[in-house]
Design a protein around this ligand. Structure first.
Ligand SMILES: *Cc1c(COP(=O)(O)O)cnc(C)c1O
Length: 391
């Protein structure tokens, strides 16, 4: 590589993941950007100190390591700017704090990631922000919920746990006509399978803990904004004093290089497991927007270029807690634990009590993250465990 790349030449997604956020010509030829640790940044002389003339001023305010990752995410998201946060949840809350203030009304999708919802019901409420939860299938009907003081709408598609697909472009159109900002938690699709800003969203959020990291070994969040929302996002993030350690950023950059091929595999295995589960007599329905039978399939097909490896399923009615426990304990290849997006397969039971809308499920519900194992082994493991459901 003897010449720098022309940033105006569009690249395929996997090429972009490999090429972005590093410049070997500036790194003494080393492939990866260096990991800068540091708080203090020295100024070369008193004149530059008084004039605040330095590319970097303080560790919390930016570093070449931070710039490598934010630059890469900007390129993937098509964003004016990106900030890094110490977790996906802090990415959600930072985006929220940048968008609403005392006296404002906030519309949040009922299927939003639950801890973000808790933040609305506690901290934002205490700070004088009123939140209304809306039906994920509302679409352009969101117009009826917008009040004179509504300042922002949070979308998440497909939603957490129940995988409801939202008509994001329809919501954006109504919101922008009313001068309302649109936020989206895009952790499920990543910008490889859905680009929020290209669909008109103002602020795109990712729990980088999941697919960017890909190895269940770090916690990190990214928040990216378009030109309209960048200044306030940047200010809020700076005021909160949020920063991420350089080693975690380097691991996120490492994860990013392989995110495309990992997602292709997560997608393929997720589809295979979802289809296999559909054929099981114990299963009432599978929640996976890539399946033709899924209620969100048409919008998913219109707006998304792929599906990740996370989906849900509902068992037929009548299974007890003990039945579920026997089933879960019979699995040998699926870990039981929170989070997802790593190389390993996971399974977790869930319920949606605590949401505003009544549950549409009668049977017990579980969520699977399809990992990078061989799909035959993953199916065989489920096949061996299902008889345990029946005692
Ligand atoms: C996991 C998750 C988060 C939070 O990320 P953490 O890094 O665990 O804080 C936010 N949104 C969605 C959709 C998630 O799945």
């Amino acid at each position: 590589m003897s010449a720098s790349r022309d940033p105006r030449t569009p690249l395929g997604p996997n090429t972009a993941l490999v090429a972005t956020g590093r410049d070997p010509l500036q790194q003494h030829g080393f492939v990866n950007p260096p990991t800068y640790r540091g708080s203090t940044v020295l100024y070369p002389n008193a004149e530059d100190l008084f004039a605040h003339r330095n590319k970097y001023s303080y560790g919390r305010r930016g570093s070449p390591t931070i710039d490598a990752l934010t630059g890469a995410i900007n390129e993937l998201e098509g964003a004016a700017g990106t900030v890094l946060t110490p977790s996906g949840l802090s990415a959600v809350t930072t985006a929220m704090l940048s968008a609403v203030r005392a006296g404002d009304h906030f519309l949040v999708v009922d299927s939003a990631y639950n801890p973000g919802r808790h933040f609305c019901d506690t901290t934002l409420k205490d700070f004088g922000v009123e939140t209304t939860y809306y039906d994920p299938l509302v679409g352009a009907g969101i117009a009826d919920l917008i009040r004179p003081n509504t300042k922002a709408i949070l979308t998440e598609s497909p939603g957490s746990l129940t995988f409801d697909v939202q008509d994001v472009p329809a919501i954006v159109e109504v919101a922008h006509r009313a001068g309302v900002l649109v936020l989206m938690d895009n952790t499920w699709a990543t910008p490889l399978f859905f680009k929020p800003l290209e669909h008109g969203v103002d602020i795109s959020i990712q729990a980088g803990t999941k697919y960017i990291s890909g190895h269940s070994d770090i916690m990190i969040g990214t928040v990216s904004a378009n030109r309209d929302a960048w200044a306030r996002l940047h200010n809020t993030h700076g005021n909160l004093g949020l920063t991420v350690g350089p080693d975690d950023i380097s691991l996120a950059l490492r994860g990013l290089r392989t995110m495309g091929i990992r997602l292709a595999r997560h997608q393929e295995t997720g589809f295979a497991l979802a289809r296999w589960l559909q054929s099981r007599p114990e299963v009432a329905q599978v929640m996976h927007p890539g399946l033709e039978t899924d209620p969100g399939h048409a919008i998913w097909k219109r707006d998304f270029s792929g599906a990740s490896g996370l989906f849900g399923f509902e068992l037929r009615e009548g299974y007890s807690q003990a039945d579920i426990e026997r089933f879960l304990n019979s699995l040998t290849l699926y870990g039981m634990g929170y989070s997802w997006g790593g190389f390993e397969s996971l399974i977790i039971p869930f319920d949606t009590r605590g949401r505003s809308l009544p549950s549409r499920f009668k049977g017990r519900t579980l969520r699977i993250h399809a990992g990078l194992e061989d799909v035959e082994d993953l199916i065989a493991d489920l096949d061996r465990a299902f008889p345990a459901l029946r005692g």
